[in-house]
Write a protein that binds this ligand. Structure first.
Ligand code: ADP
Ligand code: MG
Length: 456
């Protein structure tokens, strides 16, 4: 029964993930157990399992559910490696570097990098205000010319495109400069390889291999914080490459100085190059990304229609991160094609109810007051209290304005929370800010920043 289900599911997965991904990542999976809410698969290497977990576990789960075997979790455990698969996943670090057979189609085939997602290219990356600097810097690195800043340090919250940009750099370098040895991996993989090299007494090979690359990209470097010997090794690798004038690209979820338990000397090294942050997306960028994805989905689900206003609705309502936005669209298309209906606004609201609800953060007037007080460095009690000094009155009006804009509260309700003020006072405050905003760019900037902080 279980294996039958699995072969049925596999047929579906070919359609979902595409033939290439299927052959590389799904076919080698061996179903070991299915039951008690868990599907367990044997995989040839830990990385293989990680990769499938990260990229295909959701697909596998949803297909198992459609096949009548819903599970809560998909797990991967090491099985007996099939030799050809281990080679395909490029994940065996134990290979002595010098002896490895070189390159069918690049000079870095022997490097133990993580697989690159073929969809993460510069072509598919939508540029907006929030990511334009990160994009431009990545483009520069991808030219493979002289190293102008080292490292390039990209940081920002989840799902804002860091990994996408790093893969895009690698793809571009592969085409433009096939002579360069480009290594992309996550900090976690770096650690794993390092520990494995220690265990297998191949630390010299490890060092030699990492020092032989022309471009090193390490994703999610915050992961090495607190892992002392790994940090240490990372630091030495880093320095050795910088000394040889080799390009390094690093990503993290926060700025170098803000990574806890990262040694100071590493922090300062990371700050030496170009540090660029990816800001939260704005409405235009989200809409742009949706439009681009829709073009792709239209070709996948031929004949599926999408009503006017649906994309605008999604871009407006799902502000958390691009991954969630993409997930919403994927689900929408899958659902619409299943029921054979047009993607209307009603269908969207139905199908995405859970996502829409969870991204509906209910902002309170108190939160707004607190943030505004903090921003203008005034006391919360003064902000709400009766003082009429301008340095307090203006922030107060800003807080009134934002309360009106960002919460569904009525003017009298807002008045009550501002120390029992009359609703006409609130209305006056809101109008005043609207007028000033048009003339005072500092105020407009303040409002934009506050809005961003509050809507996170
Ligand atoms: P991060 O590494 O910052 O957490 P990812 O690079 O994994 O984020 O991006 C999450 C998803 O969102 C990916 O599927 C990626 O292709 C997509 N994405 C993020 N930013 C953009 C963008 N500007 N244009 C197109 N797709 C994007
Ligand atoms: Mg990432």
């Amino acid at each position: 029964m279980t294996n039958e289900t699995w072969s049925q599911v596999r047929q579906e997965l070919i359609k979902r993930v595409g033939k290439n991904n299927y052959v590389t990542w799904i076919e080698p999976l061996k179903l070991a157990a299915l039951g008690n809410g868990v599907a367990r698969f044997e995989v040839p290497t830990i990385f293989f399992g990680d990769w499938v977990q990260r990229n295909y576990a959701d697909h596998i789960r949803s297909q198992l559910a459609s096949a009548g075997s819903p599970v809560d979790r998909v797990e991967f455990a090491l099985g007996t490696p099939a030799p050809e698969v281990a080679a395909a996943s490029k994940a065996s670090v134990a290979k002595p570097v010098a002896k490895t057979v070189r390159a069918r189609n690049g000079s870095d085939d022997d490097l133990p990098g993580a697989p690159l997602d073929p969809r993460f290219t510069f072509d598919s990356f939508v540029v907006g205000k929030s990511n334009e600097l990160a994009h431009a810097a990545s483009r520069r690195v991808a030219e493979g010319g002289t190293v102008t800043f080292n490292p390039l340090f990209l940081y920002g919250g989840v799902g804002l495109g860091k990994t996408h940009l790093m893969h895009a750099i690698a793809h571009e370098l592969h085409t433009r400069r096939p002579d360069l040895r480009v290594l992309y991996l996550s900090a976690e993989q770096f650690m794993y390889r390092f520990v494995q090299a220690l265990r297998e007494r191949q630390i010299m090979d490890f060092k030699e291999m990492f020092r032989s690359v022309d471009v090193l990209m390490v994703d999610d470097v915050q992961f090495v914080a607190g892992k002392d010997s790994t940090q240490e090794e990372f630091f030495h690798t880093f320095n050795a490459l910088v000394d040889q004038n080799k390009q390094i690209v690093i990503s993290a979820d926060r700025a170098p100085g803000e990574i806890k338990d990262l040694e100071d000397r590493i922090k300062s090294r990371l700050q030496c190059g170009l540090v660029v942050d990816l800001h939260p997306t704005d409405y235009e960028l989200r809409l742009g990304i949706l439009q681009q994805k829709v073009t792709y989905y239209r070709s996948q689900y031929r004949g599926l229609a999408i009503a006017d206003g649906v994309l605008e609705f999604l871009a407006h309502r799902i502000t958390t991160n691009v991954r969630v936005l993409e997930g919403a669209l994927t689900r929408l298309f899958a659902f619409a094609s299943l029921v054979g209906r047009e993607i209307s606004l009603e269908l969207t609201q139905d199908c995405l109810a859970d996502i829409l609800r969870s991204s509906d953060r209910k902002l309170t007037i108190e939160e707004i007051q607190r943030k505004v007080a903090e921003h203008y460095n005034v006391r919360l009690s003064d902000l709400i209290g009766p003082k009429r000094l301008r340095i307090i009155a203006r922030p107060r009006q800003v807080a009134m304005y934002l309360s009106k804009q960002l919460t569904p509260r009525s003017l009298p309700e807002i008045g009550r929370r501002f120390g029992g003020r009359d609703h006409t006072t609130i209305m006056h405050g809101v109008r005043r800010i609207e007028e000033l905003m048009a003339q005072d760019s500092q105020l407009a900037d303040d409002l934009q920043l506050l809005r961003r902080l509050l809507q996170g």
